[in-house]
Design a protein. Structure first.
Length: 250
């Protein structure tokens, strides 16, 4: 399958040992603030952020996603869709995490929404990043909405088996998700187990709120860290976390 510019850029940084920091922006107008754009632009001018993810699992509309992307354009950063459903697709983005929530109990989140969305993605000409999405945390919106059967973080072998299966199915990215605002992120040991088992590009997110936790994840083998809630609440803390991510050379 064709690999586009966003994937090539992320991969070439990973090959050079540079870890990526991805900021998640929820397009819900009650969560988006204008100053976020300015902050992102200044972090980006220092080369601290690699891309912006735009999406959410609840209350998303294509109009609001497109509007949010337009506002974020001036940051100069690549914008990647992180859809929770078909309404999370916008022609204004650069790429899409084309995800299958592999540990969902509902086939809709494994292949149903993807079948509905694929023709739209094709028509919009979006770069596709084929992504296995695995939810480990319980009690989060993504876990509830996506009918996930959350995998306990200590079941490393099970998580690694999902990763291997998804790689054999051709998915080049894996997103290990603790869930937005999760009280506990995925364990670094689980990330390590996935790193040992696959060559996929590993994205880790959910509940990462300190430089120490982010560092543990990249040391364990994560290629990219997603920061959402912490950025909404505390941009300065986010800066500390990003600096920790960028200070690590694998
Ligand atoms: C959620 O992984 C992302 O899908 C980010 O999580 O909001 O907890 O940073 P947080």
């Amino acid at each position: 399958m064709w690999r586009g510019k966003v994937e090539e850029t992320l991969r070439s940084k990973a090959r050079a040992g540079e870890k990526a920091a991805l900021i998640l922006i929820d397009p819900d107008p009650s969560k988006y603030r204008d100053e976020m754009r300015e902050i992102l632009r200044s972090y980006s001018s220092e080369g601290l952020i690699d891309a912006i993810l735009v999406g959410g699992s609840i209350g998303v509309s294509e109009i609001e996603i497109s509007r949010t992307i337009d506002m974020l354009r001036e940051t100069g950063l690549p914008i990647i869709l992180f859809p929770g459903n078909v309404n999370g697709i916008s022609p204004n983005a650069d790429a899409i995490l084309f995800m299958s929530l592999l540990n969902s109990a509902d086939p809709y989140y494994i292949i149903g929404a993807q079948v509905l969305g694929a023709p739209i993605v094709k028509r919009y000409g979006l770069e596709v990043l084929p992504t296995a999405y695995i939810v480990t945390g319980d009690g989060t919106a993504v876990s509830h909405i996506g009918w996930a059967r959350p995998i306990p973080s200590e079941l490393y072998e099970v998580i690694a088996a999902y990763a291997m299966a998804s790689e054999f199915l051709g998915m080049r990215f894996i997103y290990l998700e603790g869930g937005s605002g999760a009280l506990k992120p995925i364990s670094p040991e689980a990330v390590k187990a996935v790193r040992k088992s696959t060559n996929q590009y590993i994205i880790v997110g959910g509940g990462i709120r300190s430089p120490e936790t982010a560092l543990e994840m990249v040391k364990a083998g994560a290629d990219a860290i997603v920061l959402g809630t912490v950025f909404e609440r505390d941009p300065l803390k986010t800066l500390e976390i990003i600096r920790a991510i960028k200070s690590y050379k694998g």
